[in-house]
Design a protein around this ligand. Structure first.
Ligand SMILES: Nc1nc2c(ncn2[C@@H]2O[C@H](COP(=O)(O)OP(=O)(O)O)[C@@H](O)[C@H]2O)c(=O)[nH]1
Ligand SMILES: [Mg+2]
Length: 415
């Protein structure tokens, strides 16, 4: 699942972080100079310099007295000892004659050298920091993001979802001191959080059906979506799942638009041992749903699953028909079944059905053959509705509870 996007995403993230690490040389140099200047300004240079100057003055005063002893002492020794001993014991030794002056010089030398030492330490750490960290400007981010944007678009991720991912990445990357070695980790972590945020948190649909049925039988579930998206197959899978939970199920054959649709459903119903309520081909879908509910009420059925048509060529009529079925059947839940592999089309259909009849959640069929994952990533974000299940094959048990963590893992973004 999502193998193609996973591979692409991995490549793009590596490219992104590599390019972010090798920021243009000029920019890097400018940045280093800025950091060094800033660090140097933190404690102004004058103090240690002044201290050093004072020490020089003291030394100048002391010098004439020392001259008296010059004959006795070796000049070389003096050069060796005098300027380079900041330790107070040595600077304040009897050789400097005046203990008061010598004491002043010693304290100042110690202070000044300490300050100078601190100053160099700051500069060294600033240089290290400038070399090991980097900053990404907004312009550079826009350049770097383009590659990822194209990959997401190519993999059917909706524009709204891309915008969210972009805003999140921008927030954690732009104008932030980033450790060069950790850029990829930061990108992955942010992407992971972003993708997780794209999903409206859901609930266990099977448990919900049980709750509804416990309160008032039957729970009524209406399935909508375009032709071929997987509605009928998904209804058969759901019927099996509910039966496995000891619930009694009936199905309404409200796709009366094609004779084949009724036959297909009859076959599933026979295999599963489920009651199918059907009218003739071309009958009123709302009337079929109504009859199924009446049948369920009369026979202690826990859940009625209403199949519907999904002809594409007359969207307006289709939506009007869905509205009518919904008005008559008053379903507890309206579930959009989308075909994961159709990507953006699937997301657009979900948006339209949601606008027309207000869906409660989504089942994405054919996730097993979807290498891109764009619909799975986007459909919940665009509709603000949860994804309940993923269809993972053509067998009755191929209905997997949806999990955001599983998607994140399928995309290679897991921690
Ligand atoms: N691989 C795979 N095929 C599926 C899945 N769900 C449905 N199909 C197939 O998709 C085709 C259309 O499904 P159908 O239920 O008739 O769609 P409907 O027109 O919306 O009722 C059928 O051949 C199904 O077997 C799924 O999760 N995975
Ligand atoms: Mg069908």
């Amino acid at each position: 699942m999502f193998g193609f996007l996973k591979k692409k995403l991995g490549e793009v993230i590596s490219r992104f972080s590599e390019k972010a690490r090798e920021e243009p040389e000029e920019e890097a140099k400018k940045e280093q100079v800025k950091v060094i200047e800033k660090k140097a300004e933190e404690k102004p240079l004058p103090k240690p310099v002044q201290a050093a100057r004072k020490a020089d003055e003291v030394k100048a005063e002391v010098k004439p007295r020392e001259k008296e002893k010059e004959e006795k002492k070796d000049a070389k020794e003096e050069i060796r000892e005098e300027p380079k001993k900041p330790k107070s014991a040595q600077v304040g030794s009897s050789r400097l004659c005046n203990p008061a002056e010598a004491g002043f010089a010693a304290a100042d030398w110690a202070q000044s050298s300490q300050r100078l030492g601190g100053f160099f330490e700051r500069i060294t750490s600033a240089v290290t920091e400038a070399v090991t960290t980097t900053k990404i400007s907004e312009t550079r981010f826009e350049e770097l993001f383009r590659d990822l944007e194209i990959t997401l678009l190519e993999n059917n991720v909706a524009v709204e979802a891309i915008d969210k991912i972009k805003a999140d990445l921008k927030g954690s990357l732009v104008e932030k001191p980033l450790q060069r070695g950790k850029i990829e980790e930061t990108i992955r972590k942010t992407l992971r959080g972003s993708v997780e945020d794209l999903f409206t948190s859901g609930y266990d649909l099977k448990e919900k059906v049980k709750e509804i049925a416990a309160e008032k039988k039957p729970a009524k579930l209406m399935f909508v979506g375009i032709n071929g998206s997987g509605k009928t197959t998904t209804i058969a899978k759901m019927a099996k799942m509910l039966q496995d939970s000891k619930l009694k199920v009936a199905i309404a054959a409200s796709d009366t638009f094609r004779a084949a649709a009724i036959h297909q459903l009859q076959e599933h119903a026979d295999k599963l041992g489920v009651k199918l309520i059907k009218h003739d081909y071309g009958a009123d879908p709302a009337a079929v749903a109504f009859d199924a509910i009446k049948y369920a009420e009369a026979h202690g059925i826990d859940a009625v699953l209403i199949d519907t048509a999904g002809r594409l060529h007359s969207n307006v009529n289709l939506m009007a028909e869905m509205e009518k079925v919904a008005r008559v059947a008053k379903p507890d839940m309206k579930i959009f079944v989308g075909e994961a592999i159709t990507g953006n089309d699937c997301v657009e259909q979900a948006r339209k059905f949601n606008e027309a009849i207000g869906i409660d959640g989504i089942i994405l069929a054919k996730a097993d053959v979807d290498e891109k994952g764009g619909a799975a990533i986007s459909v919940s974000y665009v509709t603000k509705k949860p994804i309940f299940y993923l269809g993972t094959g053509q067998g009755y048990n191929d209905l997997a509870p949806f999990s955001a963590e599983a998607v994140v893992e399928s995309l290679g973004l897991a921690a």
